[in-house]
Design a protein around this ligand. Structure first.
Ligand code: NAI
Length: 342
């Protein structure tokens, strides 16, 4: 039950509505950067959710067509488009969940940190508008480098006096999705059953899959652990290289982001059994932000789950210590970016 099962729960919800036990579509979701590579398929997946009544799509260009197109799908939510800074406030009013995939993606040879200069400003500006217009919303940050953009968002919200650490999330669901897929393939397991917690951050070695905590319980050789860990850490780069300059992961990312949105909506709707991994403010380690499994509830994070970090293997313990300096530096870079501004 500790599994974030987007597909099965969504299917059950659809079935329930087919049998007349009407699911109340009542939540408003905004996607900022909705015309992009992630934004478009994410908007489609969110449009399919029976829990969404209003889907607000914002971008600096090209979002009208995306909204017109999606609005023809006969699912409950009403789709509205918003273009440019002057329409951002209206896009955000009354929204329950804001998802931010706005910004530039990587090209071959780039690290996520290379995106900092452009995306830091974009995230700062967008989160300022969130603070002004829907300070109670769950905020899902997808724009990279997540290890820095989440601390940036936190600082902006603090400056605005509306920071609620229980409602700010760095989206690391794709790392979990990848880990689940690769482990199921390697071990010949049924995909739907596999759940691997991924902790730390969302870049290179800061991505730490805890393979020893895989459910169902499964054993790996040292070689398998090394190979799977490295593949999960570099999976984003695998896609960047295959796309050869045309961007980074968009479809798998949209799938992962939609799962995190659905989990958040279920939590808002009172489901008491919603767990996901996410990069959040945390006291599980000595770092101020850390990705771990969290329990979601109506008010955001109900609990951080410390048990995954107990009884680590020697490999995992070493990897955890090794990732801390890099993650710490990325967090501090984000905080400094906001604090140094007038
Ligand atoms: P994209 O370039 O296809 O789309 C980005 C969209 O953001 C564009 O439509 C653009 O017009 C829009 N945008 C730019 N500035 C904006 C602003 N100020 N306000 C609103 N929208 C703005 O990029 P893609 O592939 O969709 O990636 C988006 C971000 O997601 C990148 O930073 C990428 O690194 C990140 N990403 C994160 C992942 C994760 O696991 N958290 C995985 C994959 C990508």
């Amino acid at each position: 039950a500790l599994r974030g099962s987007f597909v099965t729960k969504a299917q059950k919800a659809t079935q329930r509505s087919q049998y007349g036990l009407q699911i109340q579509a009542s939540y408003k979701v905004a996607i900022l950067g909705a015309a992009g590579g992630i934004g478009q398929p994410l908007a489609l997946l969110v449009k399919m959710s029976p829990l969404v009544s209003d889907l607000h799509l914002y971008d600096i260009a090209n979002v009208k067509g995306v909204a017109a197109d999606l609005s023809h799908c006969n699912t409950p939510s009403q789709v509205l488009d918003f273009t440019g800074a002057s329409e951002l406030g209206n896009c955000l009013k009354g929204v329950n969940v804001v998802v931010i995939p706005a910004g530039v993606p990587r090209k071959p040879g780039m690290t996520r940190d290379d995106l900092f200069n452009i995306n830091a400003n974009i995230v700062k500006t967008l989160v300022e508008a969130v603070a002004d217009n829907c300070p109670d919303a769950f905020i899902h940050i997808i724009s990279n480098p997540v290890n820095s953009t989440v601390p940036i968002a936190a600082e902006v919200l603090k400056q605005k006096g509306v920071y609620d650490p229980k409602k700010l999330f760095g989206v690391t669901t794709l790392d979990v999705v990848r880990a689940n897929t690769f482990v199921a393939e390697k071990k010949n397991l049924k995909l739907i059953d596999v759940d691997v917690p991924v902790v730390g951050g969302h870049a290179g070695i800061t991505i730490l899959p805890l393979l020893s905590k895989t459910r169902p319980s499964v054993s790996f050789t040292d070689e398998e652990v090394e190979q799977l860990t490295v593949r999960i850490q570099n999976a984003g780069t695998e896609v960047v290289e295959a796309k050869a300059g045309a961007g980074s992961a968009t479809l798998s990312m949209a799938y992962a982001a939609a799962r995190f949105v659905e989990s958040s909506l279920r939590a808002l709707d009172g489901d008491g059994d919603v767990y996901e991994c996410s990069f959040v403010q945390s006291d599980l380690t000595d770092l101020p932000f850390f990705a771990s499994r969290i329990k979601l509830g109506r008010k955001g994070i109900e609990a951080l789950i410390p048990s995954d970090l107990e009884g680590l293997t020697e490999y995992e313990q070493k990897a955890l210590e090794a990732l801390k300096p890099e993650l710490k530096a990325s967090i501090e870079k984000g905080i400094a970016f906001v604090q140094k501004q007038p």
